[in-house]
Design a protein around this ligand. Sequence first.
Ligand SMILES: C[S@@+](CC[C@H](N)C(=O)[O-])C[C@H]1O[C@@H](n2cnc3c(N)ncnc32)[C@H](O)[C@@H]1O
Length: 279
Amino acid sequence: MDLATALRQASRRLEQAGIDAPRLTAEVLLAAVLGRPRAYLYAHPEETLPPDAAARYETMLAQRLAGRPTQYITGQQEFYGRVFRVTPEVLIPRPETEHVVEAALEFAREARTIVDVGCGSGAIAVTLSLETGRLVWGTDISLAALAVAAENVRALGARVELLACDLLAAFASSSLDLVVSNPPYIAETDAPQLPREVREYEPQRALLAGPDGLEIYRRLIAEAHRTLRGGGRLVVELGYGQLAPVRAMLEEGWDEVRVWPDLAGRPRVLAARKREQAP
Ligand SMILES: C[S@@+](CC[C@H](N)C(=O)[O-])C[C@H]1O[C@@H](n2cnc3c(N)ncnc32)[C@H](O)[C@@H]1O
């Protein structure tokens, strides 16, 4: 079978199973099987797919048809123009989290001590380090996630130090300039409504944050206030409908609250400054 036919058949099966972006998925998986960029498939549509590659492609398609996210099948996801390794131990970095990086970069160049809380694959910490040339700390409560982050730090040559700890527990009071986080923010009650790919395959600890989805924000904001120096910044990603409750948590001890929308126009990132003279 040639590549064009393999793609057409795979794309049809994915579409019939209701998988999002069936053609793109078929291409990404076939490119991964061949160890080539997607453009290769367009340049060589008549090339024969060798039997061992066809068997590998079939295995990957079966996984995707069963609901496994494409990124866990190929083991990679692009973030901010770089390829990160991902496994089911880490959240798949989302495009909207690039807005967190953009916002953090406004403060990161002048910051000496930067921490990414809940670093997962290391997407934010590694990107901030590579974009600024600065040392960035990444914390996570999951040792398995930290192992993946360590692979990405090494592979991408970033200056990132990783720490296993609960939020910011390892850091001294008033020691930090910038705290960045894409924390878990999904309400446990909303978990059943999550897409199957997310609900069944991504780590629960990366997603869920108590009955109202705000549990980690409450603890993180208190911990950030303890560990940031006066004038230091907190930058967090926001979930749907969370601007008002998170802003309300910043009424005391914080100022210069700013919000950035995502491409859909929804409030996606919030930054706040710890007051110089905290009450
Ligand atoms: C939404 S994921 C974000 C991962 C990565 N920063 C990204 O944006 O792709 C949240 C991460 O926080 C970690 N986490 C959850 N609770 C934590 C806690 N109490 N302390 C530190 N990390 C925690 C999870 O293990 C997960 O890796």
